[in-house]
Design a protein around this ligand. Sequence first.
Ligand code: HEC
Length: 245
Amino acid sequence: MFGTHYKLERHSIGLTIAIIVVASIGGLVEIAPLFTIDQTVEKAPNMRVYTPLEVAGRNIYIREGCYACHSQMIRTLRDEVERYGPYSLAVESQYDHPMLWGSKRTGPDLARLGGKYSDEWHVAHLDNPRDVVPESVMPAYRFLKQTTLRIDDLPQHLAALRKVGVPYTDDMIRNAVSDAFGQAVPESPQADGVKTRYGEETTIRAFDSNPGSVTEMDALVAYLQILGKLTDAAHEPQQAQAQAQ
Ligand code: HEC
């Protein structure tokens, strides 16, 4: 074997070809699974897109680096499924640009967080985690409640997401500012449009308990409450399994 190698090393063309052959094996192993991507990624026909307020919340999540301590990807391992719920499907991240799967869990996974706690719990927790979980090492985000949310640039955010494949309509982009306001101020005339555009199930609430203003807290809590709820596709395989038993 080393004899062949020795000979090969002295023929530059032969060595180059051999390097290309060996290196392309690795390439093929990476590329081949993508040929079946259409069958690999599940379908979720009634999956909804993030509302403008949730997009703003997601941007705050990224800005504050929450992904450095929290993952949003439940693996197929039994202990994870028992702790967090059905494992994550690829389709659930299809509107996530960039994806926030994360790679470190100082805190728990958040992929199925939506609906687990009340809005009030989240507000108290973000304001000072130790008020609700005494042993918590999570930082306090007190300023979120006091900071007015910037909403004037949301049409651009939605337009940018559309460019990478999120199916926002012209109507959604045009009304992004009023929808962001309406979702956090239930009594306002703007609130009606949110359900028309994003579906009856959309939650319209004063997420930070203060209907008078739209704060960064409103946006972040709206986002946390939708995690894992854009589609119920992940629950289907388990339901089918339960029925079969
Ligand atoms: C330094 C690491 C760290 C950072 C940064 C961090 N967290 Fe946490 N988080 C934790 C830890 C540890 C816990 C578990 C203790 C607790 O509940 O406070 C936790 C718990 C949580 C929970 C409760 C989850 C559950 O299922 O009980 C939520 C929600 C949460 N974090 C949201 C956030 C958000 C939103 C941000 C960004 C604004 C953030 N975290 C940033 C460490 C972190």
